[in-house]
Design a binder for this molecule. Structure first.
Ligand SMILES: *Cc1c(COP(=O)(O)O)cnc(C)c1O
Length: 457
């Protein structure tokens, strides 16, 4: 058994929570491509974004140069309710694997919403309130983002309207009730409140909805209701900026311990937790101060980085949002029903897409049953019941730790444990009953969606 000279959990002091977010774009030589107006294909200007998004968030979205943004006092105080989050040394996992590698994880599941999404939800709600808005609209699939946003909105006294994909609304009543507890109104999507919802219901009677459709409904309501704006929980530059708090805390804790990471691993849906976790490390890498191996892990059923193309695409199925250049599978790609709801997005953050295209990070995909096997092993030794999304990072971490076992290398691996899985027990049940499938799209299927990408020169 290894010596325990390093504590099992490392917390920063309460006044050591970072006071600024770090904007990774400032250090990127090749900046992420701008959002384009879907009609003119010209870069979106702040005034074109203003009917949809909050003012201060638009500034953050478009700013590729300012390296640090002060975290407003009100957000900082809210962060102190659940931050700093612990950096945990996975001694028990190391022992179970018999690896010489040192494994650390940054645990973001220690708040009621159960994931890292609260880091950005509180920032977005704050800026909406500061602008004097009445409320915000959003969509949610599995429900983590809606839950985080409803908590943040109730704190700042904002109205929160969540369009929840109908199938989740019906199958995941508990998340819905958490949102309602925090005062949000939750509408199953497609609804009859919006033009797009009515149109989809008429064309596809009995449809159970999709994330892309829920986004279109939420945007329509935000732009047609005075005093409302739309907010999004991942993908956008502003969200990665807010999530940099994860990486900044991780780096500060490692520095305190005198440790240096060799490999950094995170799951990637829209890319916000990974973008946040790697931010200060990638900054060092871009400035030539240090080197790290960085790995994004995605589901084999929704492989945007590993099998998608780097191209301009729509962010939503309704094709009302701006075009973003990203690794994408095509905006109408709907992954096979897998259980990591937060990783089922067809595209990837423009920042991560550019870094990946520049060869600054790697990506791997994992099969669903392998992911749950890793999740269960982790739960049994480390005690935390992980979210299926987070378990993609666990799976890749175990693989890297086992490689170290073969080579005898004592590498330091850091991964992001983005959340807990208590609302995903139906997925665990399927796994335990041997009823989970591992559908992986064929090249032919992917080609169909790829052919429908918008043509942008
Ligand atoms: C939403 C979610 C993710 C994926 O989103 P990213 O924007 O890629 O970080 C990962 N883990 C959990 C627990 C989530 O809720």
């Amino acid at each position: 058994m290894k010596d325990r000279t390093i504590p099992y959990k490392t917390y920063l002091e309460f006044n050591e929570i970072p006071k600024q977010w770090y904007n990774l774009r400032a250090d990127m030589k090749n900046k992420p491509a701008p959002l384009l107006n879907p009609g003119t294909h010209q870069p979106m200007k702040a005034e074109e974004l203003a009917p949809v998004f909050c003012e201060d968030l638009i500034k953050q979205e478009l700013d590729n140069d300012t390296p640090y943004f002060d975290i407003p006092e009100e957000i900082y105080k809210f962060y102190q309710m659940f931050r700093p989050s612990p950096l945990v040394r996975a001694y028990f996992l190391e022992e179970k694997l018999g690896t010489p590698a040192k494994i650390y994880y940054k645990f973001e599941g220690n708040n009621t919403s159960g994931s890292h999404k609260l880091n950005s939800a509180v920032a977005q709600a704050y800026y909406a309130k500061k602008q004097g808005l009445k409320g915000v609209t959003t969509e949610t699939g599995a429900g983590q983002w809606g839950t985080a946003l409803s908590m943040a909105c109730s704190f700042f006294g904002l109205d929160c309207k969540v369009y929840m994909v109908k199938v989740s609304y019906e199958q995941k009543p508990f998340r819905r009730e958490v949102m309602r507890t925090y005062g949000a109104s939750v509408v199953p999507s497609p609804s009859n409140d919006t033009n797009i919802g009515r149109k989809i219901n008429a064309e596809h009677p009995g449809t159970t909805g999709s994330l892309g459709c829920a986004i279109s409904e939420a945007v329509e309501v935000a732009t047609s209701t005075p005093g409302y704006r739309y907010v999004l929980g991942s993908v956008l530059n502003q969200v990665l900026l807010h999530q940099s708090i994860i990486g900044l805390e991780t780096k500060a804790a490692l520095d305190k311990l005198g440790e240096k990471a060799d490999i950094i691993i995170g799951c990637a849906g829209g890319g916000s937790n990974l973008g946040g976790l790697i931010a200060p490390f990638m900054g060092e890498k871009l400035r030539g101060e240090a080197d790290y191996k960085i790995i994004a892990v995605e589901p084999a059923s929704c492989p945007s980085l590993t099998r998608g193309v780097y191209a301009y695409d729509f962010c939503d199925t309704g094709m009302v949002c701006p075009l973003a250049k990203m690794y994408t599978l095509g905006s109408d790609f709907i992954p096979a029903p897998n259980h990591a709801g937060g990783l089922r997005y067809h595209g990837m953050s423009s920042i991560l897409s550019q870094l990946y295209d520049d060869g600054l990070m790697e990506a791997v995909s994992a099969k669903q049953t392998d992911v749950f096997e890793a999740a269960e092993l982790f739960a049994r030794v480390e005690g935390i019941l992980p979210a299926p999304e987070s378990s993609h990072a666990i799976k890749a971490t175990i693989d890297e730790a086992l490689k170290c076992k073969e080579t005898g290398e004592e590498k330091t691996i850091v991964f992001g444990l983005t959340g807990t899985g208590y609302f995903d027990m139906v997925a665990y049940e399927k796994f335990h009953d041997g009823k989970m499938d591992d559908y992986i799209p064929t090249d032919e299927e992917l080609a169909v969606y790829r052919a429908r990408l918008p043509k942008v020169d």
